[in-house]
Write a protein that binds this ligand. Structure first.
Ligand code: HEM
Length: 427
């Protein structure tokens, strides 16, 4: 495959449609996005089998589309490929794929469950879990960062918040790993046919397990998030169907929310942490600056890691009403994809050097948690806290912590997933 650096519209669109594009080195992919941003308007990406989408690659366009949910809707699905109708009917719709009152109702239930008390407890817990992970790291001296460090923190924090018993956790970690490995990756027909079956069986088992915990918590409520979710009273919430009306989330909704949290909250944060280690290794000046005055630079450093690595590369929307955006009139039924990875390198906002890693960048209006609007990341605060807590431990306790190789990237078009990263340190 040849990838044009500053190519024509046709060449850029062909690159995005090719699964091999997502396995190319990040600098090559970013060069293609730079070329697409320089064009007069969005290009059409042919996905084959009569499908395709318009690529929104500029910061302003991604932000505008995110904030106009009546025009750019999330249903029937934001991932690629879209979830099949029967899958949604069987497993329940995830809030990320809903619009309007259906979405608002679910989001209200969840937001209510994130009480100040629960969040304050989570904050204390994050610091303790981060310290324990680094204790283990110093003692056992692992040489692979993702499994030993990065993936542990978000999984433990969310499982603690939800009150998931210890015995279920290894299986959950396995399922999440399995489900995320295949989102946005296409490797030939055989893989396409096999993966959905395996992924759905894993999902079904996880849903049954969470439904069981939900039933138990309805009878014996505790201080955890699942208890709050199954009990949350929502006056006037009867419009969206019988399940969960006025009594919190029903079994399927709870399962759908749990799966969403596991992928949206665990995968993303683990990838952000891992890319963070690579960035701090490649930019020792930035790392020393942060280490020298951790609290002063922490907010800026965390957001710059998110901008630079953009853990979620893209989400899709379906056009519901005619609308002019970025030089093109969109028509109902058309698909658009919001490329956060490109928006976060837009020279119009992050120029003159959008590729520089600069923890003092201010302002830093990146779209790593979404472009605003009703679906803006529900866990942005939690993710920032987790990154801050772990990097505090990593930068102040061991010496000379650094990556020793390149990250093994999954080649997904959906999330900037790192499978593994070798690292070293002096305890
Ligand atoms: C670095 C870490 C994270 C990144 C980069 C990230 C990114 C995103 C993005 C891009 C969206 C879509 C926004 C939109 O459509 O406008 C989103 C939505 C969401 N995120 Fe995150 N996220 C992260 C961590 C988390 C965590 C820790 C949680 C949970 C505790 C979480 C829960 C969610 C949920 C539930 C949604 C859907 C919200 C809705 O549809 O209303 N995320 N996230």
């Amino acid at each position: 495959m040849t990838i044009p650096a500053q190519g024509t519209a046709a060449a850029g669109a062909a690159a995005l449609a090719d699964p091999a594009f997502w396995t190319r080195p990040p600098t090559e992919r970013l060069a293609v996005f730079a070329g697409l941003r320089a064009l007069d308007g969005p290009v059409f990406v042919d996905e084959g089998r009569g499908r395709g989408h318009w690529a929104l690659v500029r910061h302003a366009d991604v932000q505008e589309a995110s904030r106009l949910p009546k025009v750019f809707a999330s249903a029937p699905g934001v991932t690629t490929p879209e979830p099949a109708r029967w899958v949604r009917a069987l497993f329940g719709d995830s809030m990320v794929n809903l619009d309007g009152p259906d979405h608002a109702r679910l989001r209200r239930i969840v937001q209510r469950a994130f009480t100040p008390r629960l969040l304050a407890e989570a904050e204390r817990d994050i610091d303790a879990v981060a310290a324990r992970i680094v204790d283990d790291m110093l003692e056992r001296r692992p040489d692979e960062f993702v499994a030993a460090v990065a993936s542990r923190l978000p999984l433990e924090v969310i499982c603690n918040m939800m009150g998931i018993p210890e015995r279920y956790r290894p299986e959950i970690a396995d399922r999440v790993n399995h489900a995320s490995e295949h989102i946005g990756v296409e490797r030939g027909l055989a893989a396409r046919l096999r993966i959905p079956g395996r992924g759905l069986r894993a999902l079904a088992r996880m849903q049954r397990m969470v439904a069981g915990i939900g039933r138990e918590r309805r009878r014996n409520p505790g201080d955890d998030l699942i208890s709050a979710l199954v009990r949350a009273e929502l006056p006037g919430s009867g419009a969206a169907g019988a399940e969960g009306d006025g009594r919190g989330l029903g079994a399927r909704q709870l399962g759908a929310f749990f799966s969403l949290l596991m992928v949206a909250g665990v995968e993303t944060t683990r990838n952000a942490l891992t890319h963070g280690l690579t960035l701090l290794t490649d930019h020792p000046d930035q790392r020393e600056l942060w280490r020298g005055d951790f609290d002063r630079y922490a907010d800026g450093a965390v957001d710059e890691i998110i901008r630079h690595s953009t853990p979620i590369i893209q989400f899709r929307r379906t056009v519901r009403a005619e609308h002019l955006l970025g030089g093109r009139t969109f028509l109902p039924g058309e698909k658009v994809v919001l490329y956060y990875a490109s928006a976060n390198r837009d020279e119009a906002v992050f120029g003159p050097d959008p590729d520089a890693f600069d923890i003092t960048r201010d302002p830093n209006p990146h779209l790593g948690f979404g472009g605003g609007g009703p679906h803006y990341c529900l866990g942005a605060h939690l993710a920032r806290q987790e990154m801050r807590a772990l990097f505090r431990e990593l930068l102040t306790r061991p010496r000379d912590l650094r990556a020793t190789g390149l990250p093994d990237l999954a080649g997904s078009s959906f999330d900037n997933r790192v499978r593994s990263l070798k690292f070293t340190f002096t305890p």
